[in-house]
Design a protein around this ligand. Structure first.
Ligand SMILES: Nc1ncnc2c1ncn2[C@@H]1O[C@H](COP(=O)(O)OP(=O)(O)O)[C@@H](O)[C@H]1O
Ligand SMILES: O=P(O)(O)OC[C@H]1O[C@H](OP(=O)(O)OP(=O)(O)O)[C@H](O)[C@@H]1O
Length: 181
């Protein structure tokens, strides 16, 4: 069986990565989203992640429990090692990644497609305020990181999420069609 793809969903905070992932998962059930491990308390209204303490996270890193991990926003994030095994077994998986871990992801995963979601700064600010998960200071910190460039040489498709979410998901599904074919 040939390798599957990791579709890495990246972009600034508040751009709609989790929302677009949920839309893709609903409309393309063959592409399963990754449940990330995060040192963040459970959030019934937000991303369904696996919460972990910082100590347990460090132990997990040490025993190779993650195929990718990184720190951002004062938190640690991990992609469980079985996701890589799954992709090597032919599955297509969808994961919300940091732009800072993409080079590493391209080395680790046999096939990587980057789905880069963008929107204007004022749209990001309004969405983060509306989401209500972070304080005003935390939102300012996230907006300061918004224009971060992607590393060169990757397989990237860029989708602007500035209109109805459903339209964005339709364009995202068309852009990842080669993966689904
Ligand atoms: N196209 C859209 N139109 C309106 N609101 C959106 C759209 N996409 C996302 N949102 C909202 O913006 C906020 C941030 O979206 P989220 O998916 O959490 O972004 P990210 O994961 O990139 O930080 C959420 O409240 C979400 O419901
Ligand atoms: O290095 P960057 O590309 O700026 O990304 C930094 C972090 O922001 C996102 O996390 P998270 O989903 O917790 O935050 P968000 O919902 O505010 O984007 C993303 O998944 C990274 O973990």
């Amino acid at each position: 069986m040939s390798d599957g793809w990791l579709i890495a969903v990246v972009g600034p905070s508040g751009v709609g990565k989790d929302s677009v992932m949920a839309g893709i998962a609903t409309r393309a059930p063959g592409i399963r989203p990754v449940r990330r491990v995060i040192t963040r308390a459970p959030d019934p209204d937000g991303e369904d992640h696996e919460p972990m303490t910082p100590d347990a996270f460090s132990e997990s890193v040490a025993r190779g429990a993650f195929c990718l991990h990184w720190d951002a926003h004062g938190l640690s994030y991990g992609i469980p090692a079985p996701v890589l095994a799954d992709v090597r077994g032919g599955a297509n998986r969808l994961a919300n990644l940091s732009r800072g871990v993409l080079r590493q992801a391209a080395k680790v995963f046999p096939r990587l497609l980057v789905l880069h979601i963008t929107a204007a700064p004022e749209v990001l600010a309004a969405r983060l305020a509306g989401r209500g998960r972070e304080s005003a200071d935390e939102i300012a910190g996230r907006l300061a990181q918004a224009p971060r460039p992607l590393p060169p040489g990757l397989n990237v498709v860029t989708i602007v999420n500035d209109g109805p979410l459903d339209d964005t998901v339709t364009r995202a599904l068309a852009a990842i069609q080669p993966v689904r074919a």
